[in-house]
Ligand binder design. Structure first.
Ligand SMILES: CC(C)(COP(=O)(O)OP(=O)(O)OC[C@H]1O[C@@H](n2cnc3c(N)ncnc32)[C@H](O)[C@@H]1OP(=O)(O)O)[C@@H](O)C(=O)NCCC(=O)NCCS
Length: 196
């Protein structure tokens, strides 16, 4: 099924937003951003309850690095020249037979409303289509998550419909709006370039 063998841990950028593979070396910044964000993340995320202190934050990032090594998920820290930790984005839930995956993301509250995540998603999409050779990436968003819907639209993702009971949040089946990006949606003229 043509799985990627070794995916290099490179930083990618559009010149403004940088996405960098996250690891335990980012624990201090991650934990500060997580504490700031958790009250607004817990509404939408089905992870995070396990992060209770700096040690569990480090364990969380060690898991992210392990997932990368095993090719199960690719998690990136989002940063810019002005801010070392804007948020995170990543790809998971791969279907290699049909070459698609799920996009996840969050931005710390103090950095929201600056179109950080629409830009980060476009850089992530170029990684997905260029490095991983995926054919499609999906964004599944609860209908009431208006900020995420707008971020998806602004990234260039296309709305495809409402799926019943498609995601599980706090133990309950929830409907989800399906947005997707395919390679044609990403402007190749302003392609992301890797730094290191
Ligand atoms: C969804 C999220 C990643 C958007 O990231 P972002 O970089 O702020 O995206 P944008 O700057 O494009 O803003 C998107 C929308 O958020 C809303 N918004 C603007 N400023 C905001 C602020 N300070 N705080 C919260 N939402 C704000 C606006 O509706 C905006 O749309 P607009 O540009 O049409 O006004 C971010 O709100 C977030 O982390 N939310 C919590 C986690 C989450 O929901 N993740 C996605 C799960 S599917």
């Amino acid at each position: 099924m043509n799985l990627p063998h070794h995916v290099p841990r490179k930083t990618l950028t559009d010149g403004w937003i940088h996405i960098r593979p996250v690891g335990p070396e980012d624990t201090v910044e991650f934990y500060a951003a997580f504490l700031e964000s958790w009250p607004t993340l817990r509404l939408w995320m089905n992870w995070g309850e396990e992060i209770r202190d700096i040690r569990s934050a480090q364990a969380h990032l060690e898991l992210k690095a392990d997932e990368w090594r095993r090719g199960e998920a690719y998690s990136f820290l989002v940063e810019s020249e002005d801010c070392r930790f804007l948020g995170m984005c990543g790809l998971s839930q791969f279907n290699w037979r049909h070459r698609f995956a799920n996009v996840g993301y969050w931005v710390r509250p103090s950095q929201r409303g600056k179109a950080v995540m629409p830009a980060a998603v476009r850089v992530l999409a170029r990684f997905a289509f260029g490095e991983l050779k995926l054919h499609r990436i999906e964004l599944l968003i609860e209908p009431s998550n208006l900020a995420s819907r707008r971020a998806a639209e602004k990234s260039g993702a296309r709305f495809e419909g409402q799926l019943r009971g498609r995601i599980c949040n706090q133990g309950l089946a929830r409907d989800a709006l399906m947005f997707s990006l395919v390679p044609e949606d990403v402007d190749s003229r302003s392609g992301a370039h890797s730094e290191t």
